[in-house]
Unconditional design. Structure first.
Length: 170
């Protein structure tokens, strides 16, 4: 299809692509504690990730973000896609990856985004988490490379509270 036929004009709903990565290794999950100076999610735990840059596919972007924020390389697979309705003409398309770090395991390095930490799988629920992780992370941790990805929609109610809906696979 030619570029002119893509119909990607301002009158269409658009999404900003982002990545979110969760690595697991030896009974632990890698989480990023947001830097205290961050405007959003300061001192809260989240996965690693960020924006997809022009010219990148989502997997390349996920690998770049992981390397920039932790110093790690990993084998990744897509485990979920989340559409976030911001209430504006532009939303967020969040591509959620899970993976295993490549061995030998490199030491974690901090970044301007925060400090990555390996958290025992039985301890992450007790941490101060980004709002959606209590619901999202169990789905991610249950994902396997040979299972289809999950699909979710994030919306906000009239009071600005996050609402999370997962699509049925059938």
């Amino acid at each position: 299809m030619p570029k002119t036929a893509q119909k990607a004009g301002a009158e269409r709903y658009q999404v900003v692509p982002r990545t979110l990565i969760f690595l697991t290794h030896e009974g632990r999950v890698l989480l990023l504690k947001g830097a205290s100076h961050k405007r959003l999610w300061a001192n809260l735990y989240n996965g690693v990730g960020g924006h997809v840059e022009r010219g990148e596919d989502v997997l390349t972007a996920a690998r770049r973000e992981l390397r920039e924020e932790t110093g790690l390389e990993a084998s990744l697979w897509l485990c979920g896609v989340v559409t976030i309705d911001t209430g504006h003409n532009t939303g967020i398309g969040l591509f959620v990856f899970r993976g295993e770090p490549l061995l030998p395991l490199a030491p974690l390095r901090p970044s301007r985004e925060g400090e990555a930490r390996w958290v025992p799988l039985d301890a992450w629920r007790s941490l101060p988490l980004v709002e959606d992780l209590h619901v999202l992370l169990p789905r991610v941790l249950a994902a396997a490379p040979d299972t289809p990805p999950f699909f979710a929609q994030y919306t906000y109610d009239a009071e600005g509270r996050l609402q999370i809906t997962f699509a049925d696979a059938a």
